[in-house]
Design a protein around this ligand. Structure first.
Ligand code: NAD
Length: 355
């Protein structure tokens, strides 16, 4: 069993810890947490040992009556590998400690690509992380684009990609983020930095992106146009995407008209925290005119990178090949929205869904 320490128990770290614990070949050694409070209390209640970044912070936990197993240095020494889910830039600082203790690490998307030997998306470049000591799981938006582009590139070839990323202003637990009542070109300059981040996964891909930030916490929404290298049939493209385990092609019959309904659907489906690990591509939005592909997809920013972290761990330790790892992760997490959509169709209309 691979012993995994999760350093940084926030939005991503708490979800990665739960996902690691659900796997048959890995365990959670403990979680690094900066301060006591409800998140730390819930981590303990979930059975995770807490480790504080320093002796001062350890004392603050003890002062609050919260059990601490040690410092983050102890956690790094006791773990086979660390998933670093601290805020952007902190991971880079932490790498020195990981190197000193010869503990491999997975970093997250806000770190610069140079923090790791390779950037990672399980569907697109799993093998590049095999036997690597430092791997960076790309951001939620880059993960979403990579999952969509990989099958299109393999099947039709890609001449160029243009995508507008309408991004949520913050996560639900971030009261200081915004805007509250505005719609921001973000960044105002074109193209945005997202295209180069996708190129850390597909180095020779021609891609331009534009960013917008809106007052929402639910999900990101991407409007994507891909010029393919060959002409395609719209039904064939829809089938191609529907076969991807981490793409949920939202059927028209489900009557899901926006990101709020998607999240409600996930909560009603019994997903933990209402998480949606898959890209959600509206089936009706998939359009193909000659070699031009278009679609809208929604990305649950808190969730889509979570299975990718699990697969990155398996790739680094050569535990399984890409297909086996993805299948195991998906099975253990329960990626079954597709099936559930058929169930909900039966409930809604009493007839089988033909999407
Ligand atoms: P977060 O602020 O929710 O969580 C970070 C956690 O790290 C917090 O619990 C914080 O207390 C802790 N922390 C801070 N300094 C620490 C230190 N020195 N040692 C140990 N813990 C420390 O952040 P997040 O949203 O989970 O983001 C973490 C990483 O994941 C970032 O690189 C981010 O870009 C990436 N990411 C975030 C999202 C998202 O939408 N939230 C999506 C994909 C990727």
């Amino acid at each position: 069993m691979l012993s995994v320490g999760v350093n940084g128990y926030g939005t991503i770290g708490k979800r990665v810890a739960d996902a690691v614990r659900a796997q048959p070949d890995m365990v959670v050694q403990g979680v690094g947490k900066t301060s006591p409070g409800h998140v730390a209390d819930n981590a303990l209640a979930a059975g995770y040992s807490l480790y504080a970044p320093s002796d001062d912070e350890k004392a603050s936990f003890e002062g609050a009556g919260t059990d601490v197993a040690g410092t983050v240095e102890d956690l790094v020494a006791e773990s086979d590998v660390i998933v670093d889910a601290t805020p952007g830039g902190v991971g880079e600082q932490n790498r020195t400690l990981y190197e000193q203790l010869e503990t491999p690490a997975v970093f997250q998307g806000a770190e610069a690509p140079a923090v790791a030997e390779t950037s990672f998306n399980a569907r697109a470049n799993y093998d590049e992380a095999r036997d690597a000591s430092y791997v960076r799981v790309v951001s939620c938006n880059t993960t979403g684009l990579s999952r969509l582009l990989a099958p299109l590139k393999e099947t039709y070839g890609i001449e160029t990609v243009r995508a507008t990323l309408i991004r949520r202003g913050g996560d639900p637990d971030q009261p200081s983020r915004g805007p509250i009542n505005d719609i921001l070109p973000d960044p105002i300059t074109v193209p945005s930095h997202h295209g180069p981040d996708v190129q850390t996964i597909f180095p020779s891909l021609s891609i331009d992106t534009m960013g917008v930030t809106v007052p929402a916490t639910l999900m990101h929404l991407h409007g994507v146009n891909v010029t393919l290298e060959s002409t395609a049939d719209v039904d064939a493209v829809r089938d191609l995407l529907a076969k991807e385990s981490r793409i949920f092609v939202v059927p028209e019959s489900a009557r899901i008209e926006g990101c709020g309904a998607l999240r409600e659907f996930a909560r009603d489906s019994g997903r933990p925290r209402g998480d949606i690990w898959e890209n959600c591509v509206w089936g009706e939005s998939i359009s193909v005119e000659g070699d031009e592909f278009y679609c809208f997809q929604a990305i649950h920013q808190e969730a889509d990178v979570v299975p990718e972290n699990v697969d990155a761990l398996r790739a680094m330790f050569d535990l399984k090949d890409a297909a086996e790892s993805i299948a195991t992760t998906d099975e253990r997490l329960g990626l079954s929205l597709r099936q559930r959509s058929r169930d909900s169709e039966r409930v809604l209309t009493g007839r089988a869904c033909d999407d």
